[in-house]
Design a protein around this ligand. Structure first.
Ligand code: C5P
Length: 405
């Protein structure tokens, strides 16, 4: 999504600079061209060699460097950037920016640039809350400077509080959001369900399934990276929250349906959750006790089918409704047949069929192999990481809307 974007990353002097190589890696992997500039302080924490090795570009430090000026020139370095990022932005550097100082390469570039500036402040809580820093931030925000973080947490100085630099994943998400206005799914709203549901038996027990949520989370992430305003409705999972996405956490199928319904209307809905088909009819308010060797009988009721409910939601039916058919069927032909029938029965547009038999390692695993059935044809996708499958699906969704437009 950042393919072809030119980003200027200024690294100032703060211990959080140790996270910058990771940020550079993430930016280049997302397709951005990254030029790094180190302030004198920044160079105390991270070397130009590390940044250049990861960016594949020269790292700049000197304002008055004969070679740098003849090769690139600081004005060109400033002007060619689509976005300037200051991470970490120290209290001192924010003060310089607020006052328009230009006494080193980094501050000079920010005066010379026509591009927007995103800062990721990082400092001790006392410095962050100091009236001088507050004033500087107010002036910068008024001037249109954008910010990401800081968050709260353990600080390198041993204290805990606000001032911790946003994580590289959050900074990347903020950058992607900044560029998402020209992304293919910009202006589209997507709802994705993910993970298993837990159906309570009593206050301490539940029935569930082996879904990890990895595929659904990856799909939400991939859609957001293509610019869709994405809401992830997730059952209980160990998956990390995808950055920059609204997450609604739920437990049961009925909670999930309620959350999905409040998230409507949507242009796109992807039901990747492994929703429990049944719930316990009569959930015990107290922990069920062992009663002399006679196990309790659990009566089950059918849960609502979220995908099928969306399929017949009238005006609120998502423009493109996508389901999954997780089958324990190793014969691809039979699996496609079952999934095709499911597509019709549930009233969705596309269905992705996958074999989740234990030997495939799909449920809870890192990879997936799917067949996409869109009502006209069946596409067999190569086995790939769940992230790659998600990216492929998001690209397919973007292509669908590009044709429809
Ligand atoms: O019927 P089956 O569970 O195989 O259907 C799978 C598809 O239906 C998946 O997309 C799943 O997210 C969705 N589903 C649902 N609500 C249910 C059961 C399944 O949304 N209660």
């Amino acid at each position: 999504m950042l393919a072809g974007k030119r980003v200027l990353l200024i690294v100032t002097g703060g211990i959080a600079a140790y996270k910058c190589p990771d940020l550079v890696r993430r930016l280049t992997m997302a397709g951005a061209q990254v030029h790094c500039v180190l302030t004198k302080g920044g160079a105390q924490f991270v070397t130009p060699l590390t940044l250049s090795a990861l960016s594949g570009e020269k790292t700049y430090e000197q304002l008055f460097s004969l070679t740098d000026e003849s090769e690139m020139g600081h004005i060109r370095l400033a002007r060619q950037a689509d976005l300037c990022i200051v991470a970490p932005a120290s209290a001192d550097f924010l003060a310089k920016m607020a006052n328009g100082l230009a006494d080193d390469l980094a501050s000079t570039l920010l005066l010379a640039t026509n591009s927007d500036i995103l800062v990721a402040p990082a400092m001790n809580t006392a410095m962050w809350t100091h009236p001088a820093t507050r004033d500087n931030m107010t002036r910068l925000l008024k001037r249109g400077v954008k910010t990401v973080g800081p968050g709260e947490g353990d600080l390198a100085c041993g204290e805990t509080g606000e001032g911790r630099m946003a994580e590289p994943a959050e900074i990347l998400a903020a950058i992607e959001t900044y560029f998402s206005h020209d992304a293919p799914l910009s202006g589209r709203r997507a709802v994705v369900t993910s993970g298993p549901t837990h159906e309570a038996i009593d206050p301490v027990r539940y029935i569930a399934n082996r879904s990890s949520g990895r595929q659904g989370h990856a799909i939400a992430d991939a859609l957001a990276r293509l610019g869709a305003q994405t809401i992830l409705v997730s059952g209980p999972t160990q998956e990390p929250d995808p950055a920059g996405i609204e997450i609604i956490r739920v437990e049961s199928a009925r909670d999930m349906l309620a959350a999905v319904t409040t998230a409507l209307p949507a242009d796109i809905a992807v039901c990747a959750a492994a929703v429990a088909d049944w719930r316990i009819s009569d959930v015990s308010a107290a922990k069920i006790k062992k009663t002399g060797g006679v196990p309790p009988k659990l009566e089950l009721s059918e849960n609502p089918d979220i995908l099928a409910t969306l399929g017949k939601a009238g005006n609120l039916r998502p423009g493109l409704l996508i389901g999954f058919a997780a089958e324990t069927e190793s014969d691809p032909e039979k699996m496609v047949k079952i999934a095709t029938a499911k597509r019709t029965a549930k009233g969705c547009d596309w269905i992705l069929a996958n074999d989740v038999s234990p030997h495939t390692g799909t449920f809870g695993g890192l990879e997936n192999a799917v067949h996409l059935i869109d009502g006209k044809k069946v596409e067999a996708w190569e086995k790939a990481s769940k992230e790659d499958i998600a990216r492929q699906l998001a690209a397919r969704i973007a292509a669908h809307f590009a044709v429809a437009a």
